[in-house]
Design a protein around this ligand. Structure first.
Ligand code: B12
Ligand code: SF4
Length: 489
């Protein structure tokens, strides 16, 4: 069969306070894993990366209470033309982020406009958390829930045979007009057996070009720096051994943390360097060093093979599994950038929502080592959990201020579909009026308590960040002036 896989456009918010959500070079790693599995099963696959191909096109979408929503990507009429030109037997659409759900549905509608008989399949974190809701849209025929390689290939088999996919694990479909959801219970044990992402289906250069053209608008986040040239992303593991209440990882990867073999990970890295001329790799694992021994072995294997490639951990590694030995090995093996998620300074909030210990002394020590080794570092904090007091929020802000870290951010806790946090907020009636889990925004508050309103969190997030940076700049200027004063009269 001929399969067309689509990454939908990315909406970004231009906020009333003058800030805007950043652009990101969104490498469609999940779609390319799905593409590789379909190719291996004998299908012909084409990929349409709407945001990447139309990165320069920004269109007005709608006015929201917080600002103006803009859309980055190929205009919809062009998407329609491209679907028609591809003449697909099946269209698959990736919807990783809840903010992309509307755009994913527009692509589904465009496919149905081309030919109502084309089966449309949705996958990714958002539809995996809300399969029945997504099937409520008549343009969506199937939802593949979570890790999708095996289920998608089995679904194609069913479609080819004209069977209803009743026996599949982790699938949503419609029967007699009603959504039917078969929850996901099986996860892939042998990650080495998976075909590597079908990167030959996209133009790798485009992602780097977009970064260079628009780097001033890039958010200091995931794809914050791609300074080394040809870039791609990959995975060394799936899932995470922890269980933070705000995290959507269980929806996609289940509860079991799985790693690829060290040889398979470094084989893929070597292939990317030799075959695609890749200079920089971003590991998009939820928690790359969930098993620190596995992480050290990857570093040692990179060193043993003398592989010359820069790599980054934009999602970071947890403080809990971090050690000086691991950091030194990572740096020697080419790692240059990482994120450290410290989340909250309040032990009570860590215990209740983050479910992993945050040792403040260790944080200071590790940041010292990270700086000494010359890593680029981003530290993430979170504010706005249910029951969090203003004093606790201030404690986190003061902690960020006290650390020797230039790049940091305060994220507002967001009740994502499929998380314990959303269940709790629903149960305790803490969601703001008009909250719609199908149309979430991340840079604005969605939780309201007797301690804070979304507006207060948004103000604190932005103003405290700016205040800390202004104070530091003033202090540095003052230090520089003092240093220049003549020491003798
Ligand atoms: C890279 C990334 C991004 C990129 C965008 C990536 C993209 N291509 O669109 C950027 C930097 C933009 C981003 C931003 C954010 N992200 Co993010 N991100 C990721 C991350 C780390 C990796 C994605 C990836 O490549 N995964 C690897 C591939 C193999 O997995 P996958 O894409 O999920 O694909 C598999 C399945 O989902 C499925 N599948 C996927 N697509 C399809 C399509 C079809 C047809 C089928 C059949 C199957 C299928 O099969 C694939 C293979 O098994 C994931 C976590 C993770 N490790 O997955 C979070 C994740 C997707 N992000 C998440 C979040 C919360 C965010 C942020 C809100 C973080 C923040 N606080 O700012 C922001 C949102 C910003 C905004 N304003 O919209 C959540 C999503 C929750 C949600 N419901 O939206 C995730 C799951 C992290 C988590 N554990 O909570 N993110
Ligand atoms: S450590 Fe990170 S990936 Fe793991 S559960 Fe917590 S937020 Fe999710």
């Amino acid at each position: 069969m001929k399969i067309l896989l689509i990454q939908p456009a990315k909406p970004i918010l231009h906020k009333q306070d003058g800030s805007r959500e950043g652009r990101q070079a969104m490498f469609p790693l999940g779609l390319l894993y799905i593409a590789a599995a379909a190719e291996r099963a004998g299908h012909v696959v084409e990929v349409l990366d709407v945001p990447t191909e139309g990165f320069a096109t920004e269109e007005f979408l709608e006015e929201l209470p917080h600002g103006t929503l803009m859309r980055i990507g190929l205009p919809m009429p062009e998407v329609g033309r491209r679907i028609a030109a591809a003449q697909p037997d099946v269209v698959g659409i990736s919807c990783l982020l809840s903010t992309s759900a509307d755009e994913a549905l527009k692509c589904a509608a465009a496919a149905k406009q081309v030919a109502p008989s084309i089966p449309v399949v949705l996958g990714g974190a958002h539809p995996s958390a809300l399969p029945a809701e997504m099937l409520g849209d008549r343009s969506v025929d199937y939802v593949v829930i979570g890790e999708g390689e095996e289920t998608f290939v089995q679904l194609l088999q069913c479609l080819g045979d004209g069977r209803v996919p009743r026996a599949l694990d982790g699938i949503g479909y419609r029967e007699q007009g009603q959504p039917v959801v078969r929850p996901k219970t099986r996860w892939i044990d042998d990650l080495d057996a998976l075909a590597w992402p079908a990167r030959h289906l996209v133009d790798l250069r485009r992602y780097v070009d977009n970064y260079y053209k628009f780097r001033a608008q890039f958010e200091y986040g995931h794809t914050r720096s791609m300074e080394w040239g040809m870039y791609t992303s990959m995975l060394a593991s799936r899932g995470c051994p922890y269980d933070c209440s705000f995290c959507a990882k269980n929806v996609v990867w289940g509860r079991r943390y799985r790693t690829r073999s060290v040889a398979s990970v470094v084989d893929e890295m070597e292939f990317l360097v030799k075959r695609h001329g890749v200079k920089e790799i971003h590991f998009e694992d939820e928690n790359w060093a969930g098993n620190p021994e596995h992480a050290k072995q990857i570093c040692r294997e990179i060193l043993r093979r003398g592989l010359d490639v820069a790599w980054a951990l934009p999602n970071g590694i947890t403080l809990h599994t971090m050690s000086e030995e691991l950091l030194r090995l990572m740096r020697q093996a080419g790692a240059y950038s990482l994120t450290l998620s410290l989340e909250s300074a309040s032990p009570r909030i860590c215990k209740r929502f983050i479910h992993k210990p945050i040792d403040k002394d260790k944080a200071v020590r590790m940041i010292g080592v990270i700086r000494e080794l010359g890593f680029e570092l981003f530290v993430g904090f979170m504010i706005g959990f249910p029951g969090e007091t203003l004093a606790e929020i201030q404690e986190t802000i003061r902690w960020a201020e006290s650390l020797d870290v230039e790049n940091f951010g305060f994220a507002i806790a967001t009740p994502l579909p499929g998380t314990q946090l959303l269940d709790l907020c629903e149960h305790e009636g803490l969601l703001v009026a008009g909250f719609d889990r199908r149309r979430l925004r991340f840079s604005v508050g969605n939780i309201q308590t007797d301690q804070f309103t979304p507006a207060l969190l948004e103000r604190l997030r932005r103003e405290e960040y700016l205040r800390i940076h202004r104070q530091r700049a003033a202090r540095d200027a003052c230090d520089a002036a003092t240093t220049c004063l003549p020491t003798t009269p």
